[in-house]
Write a protein that binds this ligand. Structure first.
Ligand SMILES: Cc1cc2nc3c(=O)[nH]c(=O)nc-3n(C[C@H](O)[C@H](O)[C@H](O)COP(=O)(O)OP(=O)(O)OC[C@H]3O[C@@H](n4cnc5c(N)ncnc54)[C@H](O)[C@@H]3O)c2cc1C
Length: 370
């Protein structure tokens, strides 16, 4: 009898769960909800007797290599960073959006445009919950999309939970007919692992993947957990106090924005010990199978680097230009897009190399994706 856990244990090294929630989303959407997420965002049995042993949960796992080739082929993936139709640097026209955003607010401004023009009915985003926490949310209004932009935090509170700002836990559990309630055109914002899990659902052709019309992927060097001790070490390394921090961001460096307007840039290595275990094995930096991918890398401060990958993604982005988005003036820096691509390829190659080195240390037969 192949149950979810049998399959998982056969192929997937324990600890490599990316906590994307794809398996639970599928089980709830297609079957009887045998699985659930534990408090840490890892899947477990809610009730094994509800399991119909279809194996779909396993098939959709981004750690399972079985559907990788078919998924890549379907999306015209090509080395080294997936399909690239265009590389742009852009930002939101609305300064209010920019102010709330992580980088240039392009993700938020694009979602607002798509909602305003009726191209989407909603978007799966990560909204703030309390001062420091985020939770996946199906936003169906401008206000809800705006609320989920960038990240908020209130420095009058303790920093406990800041790590969740960069958490990619269980966003996919919202890709379920029960939550989508008949919505047919939803945009999904997610980290590479979430986008991979969703694309597998699409490859399998299982409900509710047809409800998602656009995948917006975030570049990702990893997801971090900030314990009290680690926060203290970061503050010491960066010579700042968390009380003065208004925003953190990850680009080429770990950037700490202070109340004074100063930005402290720390080498990304300071975050190594804070990375979620599974992220060490993840080979996708550039959200390679999204319709459009976004990051701050190589873009000037306050701008977002944008890679369009599918005609659908490119059309959505171009349609928003001049309405909610503006492109960086190319006259001053004509090679900006080339530099973004070059740096993106460098970061992607470094992440892949590191992941492969970690994978090589696994026991023989353990998960080897590529
Ligand atoms: C875990 C993580 C690691 C990252 N690492 C890098 C990196 O190494 N290099 C780099 O260049 N960029 C990285 N990014 C992407 C970068 O932080 C910005 O999200 C991106 O540049 C878009 O900026 P923006 O201002 O256009 O987006 P915004 O307009 O601020 O919108 C961001 C959108 O992403 C959603 N969101 C935020 N966090 C999550 C999450 N955890 N899961 C799903 N959706 C979420 C928000 O709800 C919002 O809709 C990372 C993002 C995350 C979440």
């Amino acid at each position: 009898m192949k149950t979810f856990f049998h399959l998982k244990q056969e192929v997937i090294e324990p600890g490599l769960c990316h906590r994307c929630g794809g398996c639970v989303s599928l089980c709830t959407a297609v079957n009887y909800g045998a699985l659930e997420l534990d408090a840490d965002g890892r899947p477990r049995y809610r009730d094994p007797d509800r399991c119909i042993e279809c194996g779909l949960c396993h098939a959709a796992c981004p750690e399972n290599p079985e559907l990788e080739a078919e998924t890549r082929q379907r999306l015209a993936w090509s080395a080294p960073v997936g399909r690239v139709l265009s590389v742009r640097v852009a930002r939101a026209l609305d300064p209010q959006v920019r102010q709330k955003a992580t980088d240039g607010g392009v993700v938020t401004a694009l979602l607002l445009h798509l909602l305003d023009t009726g191209h989407i009915d909603g978007a799966i985003v990560a909204r703030p919950k309390g001062s420091f926490r985020r939770e996946p949310h199906l936003a169906v209004s401008r206000e809800e999309i705006l609320e989920a932009a960038g990240f908020h935090f209130d420095t009058t509170q303790s920093m406990a939970g800041l790590g969740r700002e960069y958490s990619h836990r269980h966003g996919l559990e919202l890709v379920s007919p029960h939550v989508l309630k008949g919505l047919r055109r939803v945009a999904l914002v997610g980290t590479p692992c979430q986008i991979h899990a969703f694309r597998r659902m699409e490859t399998l052709g299982v409900v509710p993947s047809e409800s998602v019309t656009l995948c917006l992927g975030l570049f990702c060097s990893g997801n971090f957990a900030f314990g009290e001790e680690q926060r203290a070490r970061l503050a010491e390394a960066g010579g700042f106090s968390w009380d003065d921090v208004v925003k953190i961001n990850v680009k080429e460096t770990f950037r700490v924005h202070l109340r004074s307007g100063e930005i402290r840039a720390l080498d990304l290595q300071v975050l190594d010990g804070l990375k979620h275990h599974a992220c060490r094995y993840c080979e996708d930096y550039a959200a390679e199978v999204a319709d459009v991918s976004f990051g701050g890398i190589s873009a000037p401060e306050g701008w977002t680097s944008v890679v369009t990958r599918t005609p659908k993604g490119r059309a959505a982005f171009v349609d928003a230009l001049g309405r909610t988005l503006e492109e960086h003036d190319r006259t001053g820096q004509p090679d900006l897009a080339d530099r973004v691509l070059e740096q993106l390829m460098g970061a992607a190659a470094a992440k892949r190399r590191q992941a492969q080195a970690f994978r090589n240390r696994l026991t023989p037969g353990a998960s080897q994706r590529r």
